[in-house]
Design a protein around this ligand. Structure first.
Ligand code: UT7
Length: 335
């Protein structure tokens, strides 16, 4: 029997208009453009402004664009998975809300939380429903309004994160393209280094948790950096070896955009020149679940059918992993 694979057949990103530059941050906390640029590679990030706007509002922009671009009717969508750490509400799932706002009526939908690795976890999860032949059109969204959980008086975290999202359509193919392989891992003992202290069942919201600023991101940067830099590179190299891929076989590395130094270290371990690494951290910062689809969206016009792509991510949990993807279309096919 011919093997069904899940191929990305369209991609769309969205970032809000407001640009929070390093220069603006210099007026808010004790930091400098020089420190942020040399330690992280970030120059600016986007922030969703406006009363009553949430993660789903950004995601809907991406999803609507995706439907138009791919000529898909909302009622044709079978499943939507939204990877996010900043859901509109604790429940229902943001994916339910996105479907409602985008007019997607015949799909089941749910959220997936694997912190910064959420998008690759969701991509692999979504691809299973395609590979089994059960469903034909699966949308995977990676979306985060990080500004809703950033403490803008904490210079260690507020310079890093931004808001943004992306969405991909997964469809079946019998060609040798699509998601070829994946390695996904987690180690929950890493939670001590990166978490949000309150708002869950461990520490429900209270006046005290608000006063203690426990609803913001807590990150021990250096500890996370050490794990991220080794795990992301190790896994990217492992998936190359597992699939007999040499550096010259790889068209692109799509790394999670947490820190330019982590991205460079991963590219180096894989033996790739900078030109083969998608980097947009300077413009968008770390949008958590948005980073990888935003890269694919920005580079879409340069991607060719059959390109070997390695996606790699590391995030809170800890969670990490890599995907080997063979790009399924030339972008002009969509024009
Ligand atoms: O996305 C999911 C996973 N997250 C990551 O992968 C993030 C991994 N970690 C990192 O990217 C980096 O650790 C950070 C960018 C968060 C921090 O960079 P670092 O080079 O590890 O800096 P550090 O925390 O070791 O701090 C070095 C110094 C400290 O001052 P002292 O103690 O040496 O005097 C900090 O207080 O830099 C100081 N510092 C700052 N200075 C100016 C920390 N934040 C800032 C800032 N501006 N914004």
């Amino acid at each position: 029997m011919t093997k069904l694979r899940a191929a990305i057949t369209a991609i769309q990103g969205y970032v809000p208009d407001f640009v929070l530059t390093n220069e603006i941050l210099e007026t808010m906390v004790d930091t400098s453009d020089e420190w942020i640029t040399t330690r992280t590679g970030i120059k600016e990030r986007r922030i969703q402004k406006g009363e009553g706007l949430a993660t789903s509002d950004m995601a809907v922009e991406a999803v609507k664009g995706l439907l138009i671009k791919s000529g898909t009717k909302p009622e044709e969508v079978d499943l939507m998975i939204c990877a996010t750490v900043t859901p509109d509400m604790v429940y229902p799932a943001t994916a339910n809300i996105i479907c409602d706002k985008a007019g997607i009526k015949n799909a089941f939908s749910y959220d997936l939380n694997a912190a910064c690795s959420g998008f690759i976890y969701a991509l692999v999860t979504g691809s299973q429903f395609i590979e089994t032949g059960k469903y034909k059109k699966v949308i995977v969204v990676g979306a985060d309004k990080m500004s809703s959980i950033v403490d803008y008086t904490d210079r260690q975290t507020c310079v890093i994160f931004g808001d943004g999202c992306g969405a991909v359509l997964l469809e079946p193919t019998t060609e040798e393209t699509g998601i070829m392989d994946s390695i996904l891992l987690s180690d929950g003992s890493g939670r001590i280094h990166l978490h949000q202290k309150a708002g869950g069942s461990l520490r429900p919201s209270s006046h005290e948790t608000i006063d203690n600023k426990e609803h913001y991101i807590y990150q021990e940067g250096q500890a996370v950096f050490k794990f991220a830099v080794t795990r992301m590179a190790d896994t990217a190299v492992e998936i190359m070896e597992k699939n007999n891929l040499k550096s010259e076989d790889i068209a692109w590395l799509v790394p999670h955009q947490a820190n330019l130094r982590i991205i460079d270290a991963t590219g180096k371990r894989m033996g790739l020149p900078r030109e083969k690494v998608m980097i947009n951290i300077q413009k968008f910062g770390n949008t958590t679940n948005g980073t990888i689809p935003l890269c694919l969206w920005e580079w879409e016009n340069q991607l060719k059918k059959g390109d070997n792509i390695i996606i790699a991510a590391f995030g809170g949990g800890f969670t990490w992993g890599a995907i080997y993807l063979k790009w399924a279309y030339n972008s002009w096919q969509l024009l």
